[in-house]
Design a protein around this ligand. Structure first.
Ligand SMILES: Nc1nc2c(c(=O)[nH]1)N[C@H]1C(S)=C(S)[C@@H](COP(=O)(O)O)O[C@H]1N2
Ligand SMILES: [Mo]
Length: 428
């Protein structure tokens, strides 16, 4: 069966080859059409009745909260046992290789907690605004729901995402190299409205945000940012926040490192200086080669990664058409372009951006190519709308050394061997 022509045409256009030449290549490589196969008279999937064709299924009352097909049960968040001492102060990872589009489903958003998942009764939760304000205020969750609200899609990336890669290619799965990221449609109240309600006093420069979890996770946010695009969110992807993501209230700090997005938000203290972080939360300092540290590195630099093929998503079908895909993002705005290389960064071609292009949100890119079965070195490179170009890992190490585990946004390389197996490697 031949796919509709527009896609074939765009393939030919992307590759600068005629569609006929492309199909001829595919045929030589063993598949008769673009990605179809010759009709087989004895294919049991066609000739035999399957159970679901002869038995009626479960009724509408059987699944009051739906779950994915049991055949997708491998698509789950995963942690790495040896990474942290225990699972309470730890992290798990978003299964990026299995995801499509730009929205991360709520059940698959990675989690990072310093004292486990707080399980909060919303009736007994309060949000206090105090410090350098005219009127200290306390809000119930019901109060928050009466403010004018916004719906915005943003990515959250932990500053430690890809952190293991500073010292070289280590983790053999995109879930573990890049899975400390999720992208969600938040519904919430602009933080500015709550601060205006309390009346920010002259001299105020910072807002301390504190969570209600056992570690009282607290981070200082520049007042300018707090008054710009921060939200106090109560919903994600249409439903109330998951407990793992901060139910009933979480701070959304678009484009800034994940640690500032305080979950289970209970307190906002307006002040004139950043808070000195306590030991257990003071782990977000970028150590430079000479032992000095980058003091404030809040914004997440532009980054991208190919999510398929990937080590856990090898090319199983042999030579022929490959639908390469990946994600790109920038803490400074939108993604303008993504480039893909098949040869480790020697030649670059423009990828096709697909889906909405939103401020500080994940972008999806596709690159359809015809694999000749020879080894590949796959890379992607993001360019954001400030003109910033995603650097190589080597360039980053030259700039900042290898002491840090934070803010690694270097270009990722996946090596594809002749069997279509994919592994994490470094080039250059
Ligand atoms: N209250 C509280 N907020 C928190 C944390 C925490 O441990 N407690 N972890 C922070 C860190 S380091 C990150 S990366 C993000 C992770 O958000 P997620 O669990 O929704 O992925 O939450 C941040 N907010
Ligand atoms: Mo984090």
């Amino acid at each position: 069966m031949l796919r509709p022509t527009p896609r074939s045409r765009s393939l030919a256009h992307d590759r600068g080859a005629s569609r006929r030449a492309f199909l001829k290549g595919a045929a030589l490589a063993g598949s008769a059409t673009l990605a179809g196969r010759p009709a087989l008279a004895d294919d049991p999937a066609i000739t035999q009745l399957q159970p679901w064709m002869i038995t009626r299924g479960d009724g509408v009352d059987s699944r009051p909260y739906g779950l994915p097909s049991p055949h997708e049960s491998h698509v789950i968040k995963r942690n790495i046992d040896w990474l942290t001492a225990d699972a309470v102060s730890s992290v798990n990872f978003t299964p990026l290789a299995a995801l499509n589009g730009t929205i991360t489903p709520n059940g698959l958003c990675f989690e990072r907690h310093h004292a486990g998942i707080a399980s909060i009764d919303p009736a007994r939760h309060r949000l206090m605004v105090h410090g350098l304000v005219d009127r200290p205020l306390v809000f119930t969750v019901a109060d928050i729901l009466r403010f004018p609200r916004r719906d915005r899609m943003y990515f959250l990336e932990c500053a430690a995402n890809s952190g293991m890669e500073w010292k070289g290619a280590q983790m053999n799965a995109v879930q573990f190299t890049h899975g400390m990221i999720h992208n969600v449609m938040y519904t919430g109240v602009p933080l500015r409205l709550l601060l205006e309600e309390a009346g920010v006093r002259a001299g105020a420069k910072w807002v301390l945000a504190e969570g209600a979890d056992a570690v009282k996770m607290a981070r200082s946010i520049p007042l300018e940012k707090a008054l710009d695009d921060c939200l106090v969110a109560f919903a994600m992807n249409g439903e109330r926040l998951r407990e793992e993501q901060g139910y009933p209230l979480r701070l959304v700090v678009p484009g800034f490192e994940g640690s500032m997005w305080v979950k289970w938000l209970r307190r906002l203290e307006v002040g004139d200086r950043p808070w000195m972080m306590r030991e257990e939360t003071n782990r977000y300092t970028d150590l430079l080669a000479d032992g000095r540290a980058r003091r404030f590195s809040f914004e997440m630099d532009a980054k991208s990664v190919i999510t398929s093929p990937a080590p856990e998503a090898p090319i199983l079908h042999g030579p022929g058409p490959v639908a390469l895909t990946g994600i790109a993002w920038s803490g400074r705005g939108r993604i303008a372009e993504v480039h893909v290389s098949l040869d480790g960064g020697i030649n670059w071609q423009k990828a096709r951006l697909s889906g909405p292009s939103l401020d500080k949100s994940l972008h999806r890119f596709h690159f359809d190519f015809d694999w000749d079965g020879k080894p590949l070195l796959l890379q992607s490179r993001a360019v954001d709308d400030t003109g910033y170009v995603q650097p190589t890992k080597q360039a980053l190490r030259k700039l900042r050394g290898t002491n840090s585990v934070y803010h690694m946004n270097g270009i990722q390389t996946w090596e594809v061997n002749t069997d279509g197996e994919v592994s994490n490697v470094e080039v250059g």
